[in-house]
Design a protein around this ligand. Structure first.
Ligand code: FAD
Length: 387
């Protein structure tokens, strides 16, 4: 570490950066780390959920201390069918992530309220004009140049509610599409945290990233009232606008986040193209990094670029499904595609969320009578010009 401030500097104390910091701190105590976050806390305001089957068995140790709630099955509901699916589902609160990061890393390894201006493979220029030098830099500062990707959006506003009486839900309702369809495919996502608290997220697969929380929160209250739930207090709010990838120029996106710098998380385009979720990739990459002996800036760039590029190439099928969702169906009819999907075999559904669909899954997903007009569906299948 001659002349360097630390062995590895991680930019962005969100999901991906924090998981890398935790993994390296636990498995590579020989390394000195620096985790730099612009905000006043680690993790922001998020609830991150995942299916246990999204995470390789040998990587689950990393998430075990972070999980706040777990359920053994979950429901989906559509106008013409409802289903309970087996399989463990877990939720992580960003407050727990922050606690675990502070308990695991020494205080001098975490800098909050520290904004990065620019980053190179081994150097960081901070907004305040100071410099940091490191054996290697990993940039996990969230999304980069999204204009290089062809995108739809999954956007939502969530409220954690304390109810006057128990809600009676035993398991998560991860998609309730029995509601009025507005602004594309709309569903409610409901996580029961305790007998009288729930997180309700009003979610839209929309053509536009614009989010209007002031319009959406009354809809959450309306939904709660319709379920007979009287709200005693709104405990917390969170919101998100996640990119859903239909195509794009991966290399241009990668460069837009900093040429020659190793990247992780959304900044590396490491997210599921159809769900916008990035937690499984973030875990896999963190776990991959602890096995590397060379964590120099150039080696990190080579490794992380290769991982992200391969994921982008392997996910062509999911980008095609995203195009079907956004282009094959008229917005008010998008729910039919999800309804059709959720009638499939449960192991196929599980592999889809994990991003591990087999060839036979892909054939089965495209076979049968499409739920939307066949001409538009076929146009979506063959429209990928992404690089
Ligand atoms: C509310 C919400 C809920 C979500 N739920 C799920 C879910 O259930 N499951 C799932 O898999 N995905 C979920 N996602 C999608 C995705 O996984 C998350 O967005 C995830 O947090 C992305 O991880 P990341 O580390 O790439 O980015 P982030 O978690 O956004 O972290 C980036 C960090 O970099 C910091 N930063 C930015 N600029 C600078 C700078 N100049 N200097 C220093 N720091 C900087 C930011 O403050 C932030 O903390 C959710 C997204 C949101 C918004």
């Amino acid at each position: 570490m001659a002349g360097e401030d630390c062995d590895v500097t991680i930019l962005g104390g969100g999901l991906a950066g924090s998981l890398i910091a935790l993994a390296l701190a636990r498995k590579r105590p020989d390394l000195s780390l620096l985790l730099i976050e612009a905000g006043d806390r680690i993790g922001g305001e998020h609830t991150w959920s995942f299916f246990e089957s999204d995470i390789a068995r040998h990587d689950r140790w990393l998430l075990a201390p972070l999980v706040c709630h777990s359920w053994v099955e979950h429901d989906v509901a559509f106008p013409r069918h409802r289903r309970t699916l087996p399989g463990a589902y877990h939720a992580i609160r960003s407050s727990r992530l922050a606690e675990v990061v502070h308990a695991t890393l020494p205080p001098e390894a975490i800098r909050l309220g520290a904004k990065v201006h620019t980053a190179g493979p081994t150097t960081v220029l901070m907004q305040d004009g100071s410099h940091i030098s490191a054996g290697g830099v990993i940039d996990a500062r969230g999304v980069a140049g999204l204009d290089h990707l062809n995108l739809g959006w999954q956007k939502f506003v969530g409220q954690e509610l304390l109810l006057e009486k128990p809600h009676g839900l035993e398991r998560p309702l991860i998609m309730d599409a029995t509601i009025e369809q507005i602004d594309g495919y709309r569903f409610l996502y409901v996580l029961p945290f305790s007998a009288d608290t729930l997180l309700i997220e009003d979610t839209y697969y929309s053509d536009r990233p614009h989010l209007a929380p002031g319009t959406i929160t009354p809809r959450i209250q309306h939904y709660a009232a319709g379920r007979g739930w009287k709200v005693a207090e709104v405990l917390r709010e969170e919101m998100g606008v996640l990119p859903i990838a239909m195509g794009g120029d991966f290399d241009a996106y990668w460069r837009s986040g900093g040429d020659g710098v190793g990247k992780a998380g959304m900044r590396a385009a490491l997210f599921h193209p159809t769900t916008g979720y990035s937690l499984p990739d973030a875990v896999r990459i963190a776990s991959r990094l602890v096995r590397e002996t060379d964590l120099s800036g150039d080696a990190l760039h080579a490794l992380l670029y290769a991982e992200a590029r391969k994921a982008w190439q392997d996910r062509r099928f999911y980008r095609m499904l995203s195009r079907m969702l956004f282009h094959a169906a008229h917005p008010p009819q998008r729910w039919k595609i999800l309804d059709h999907f959720y009638r499939k075999d449960r192991s196929l559904i599980r592999r889809f969320y994990a991003g591990r669909s087999t060839l036979s899954d892909k054939i089965r997903l495209l076979s049968g009578k499409p739920p939307v007009p066949i001409g538009r569906a076929a146009g979506s299948v063959f429209g990928d010009r992404s690089k």
